[in-house]
Each structure stands twice: as structure tokens, then as C-alpha cells.
Write a protein that binds this ligand. Sequence first.
Ligand code: AP5
Length: 221
Amino acid sequence: MRMVLLGPPGAGKGTQGKRLAEKYGIPWIATGDILREAVSKETELGAKAKAYMDRGELVPDSLVEGIVESRLEEDDCKDGFILDGFPRNLKQSRSLDDYLEARGEKLDAVLNIPVGDDVLVQRISGRLVCPKCGRNYHAATNPPDRDGFCECGGKLYSRDDDNPETVRARLEVYSSETAPLIDYYREKKILHEVDGSGSPEEVFERICGIIDSLPTEGAGG
Ligand code: AP5
């Protein structure tokens, strides 16, 4: 199962990606998390990416495509993967298609999770993230059991790019650069729409319903 989670900032891609990885036993690969880790470790990649992320802009394709390709070459991706936050524009989509085709592979499904702007802003403004395991919480709607800490013990933090000005910029970038991918994948007949409203559990049920109804490889149909 090779799949992509598509949706605006705050739609719940990370929340669902982590759960799906646990349920289906394939890795969840979030480019935003990889970049944030690089920034916090002050690597060369992090130094190059930080200014773009702080402005809510996309990090250059040349940086991100290489990261994703080397991650997909790791052993745990041989039976599939869940991409979250990649691809993010048409150039990245085409480069992913070419990369997979060269390996005799293709995407099985793209799950688009639309959510209204007012709900997105409300979700992002209370978000708390675990730097250790990547789990997301929300101060009001999904608080951690232990105040300020993840269930894995990690100390929760608020993302630098979750301030109102950067969120506005990210929503604009989503509309102009990422939303066109919806039609791109619809034309390829691998797009599935998932209503992103309701609780994380409700959205998860909807996504699993779609995944479980997909034809399995070698099923002849
Ligand atoms: P990235 O980290 O990918 O951010 P994003 O796409 O803006 O998405 P978010 O992580 O904000 O939202 P999400 O959909 O994962 O929602 P979440 O599950 O956390 O990218 C950040 C930056 O990195 C970009 O701006 C760019 O600079 C760079 N970048 C990354 N990838 C790149 C690429 N491919 N190319 C170039 N640059 C790239 O949920 C949000 C909150 O809501 C949480 O608090 C959660 O608990 C809560 N929540 C989730 N679902 C529900 C629900 N159903 N009900 C109530 N609350 C919910």
C-alpha cells in the first residue's frame, strides 16, 4: 500500500498518518517532521529550510525530493508507505511518479482530507506536538493525559509556524501550489475524498473504510 495524504495545513494528515501506520504496519513519512528535526538539530538541511518554513513557504523542491527518495529506499518502505506533506506541488508529484515508475511501482491511493478554513485555524491554534514520536495533541479537543507531556514521555511544544501570520501564508501556499494536485490525482483515478470533519476517530474510520475497500495487489481486478 503506497499512499499519499493530501489536505490543507491542520486537516489532520499527521494525526491520521500516525494511526494508519500503526494499524497497517507501514511507515508514516512526514516531510514537515523531517524538516523540523533537521532545523532543531541545526543540520545543513535545517539551516537551508528554516527561513522558508518560518515564512510558511515551500522549501525548494531540490532539497525535499532528495530527502523523500532516500527515505523511500529504506527497508521498511518495501511493503508500502504513507506520505504526509509530500508531494506538495505538481513538480514534486511528477518527480514522485517518475521515481516510483523507475522502481516498477506506483501510488495506490491518494486520500484528500478537506476541512473548512475556520476549523483549520481552530485546530492549528491549539496544536501541541511531541518531538520524540511525532504524535499530535490539541490543548482543547485532544489534550494529553499528563499536562505538557506525550504518552511516550516527550515534552510537548507548539510549532514556530503555527502563529496566525504564518498560518495565513501556509493556507495561501496550499491553495495556489498544493490544491491543484487534487485534479492531478483525480485524473489518474487514484483520488479518494475523505470528509475531514468530526473527531479524529470518525475521520480514521472513514479512511480505513476506503483503504479496506481498495483492491489488493495480485487480486486480479
Ligand atoms: P507540514 O508539517 O507538512 O505542515 P502542513 O501541511 O501545514 O500540515 P500540518 O502539519 O500543519 O497539519 P496536519 O494536516 O498534519 O494536521 P495535524 O494532524 O497536525 O509542513 C510544514 C512546513 O514544512 C511547510 O510550510 C513547508 O515550509 C515545509 N514542507 C513540508 N513538506 C514540504 C514539501 N513537500 N515541499 C516543500 N516544503 C515542505 O492536526 C492539526 C491539529 O488538529 C492537531 O492539534 C490535532 O490534534 C488536531 N486534530 C486533528 N484532527 C482532528 C479532528 N478530526 N478533530 C479535532 N482536532 C483534530
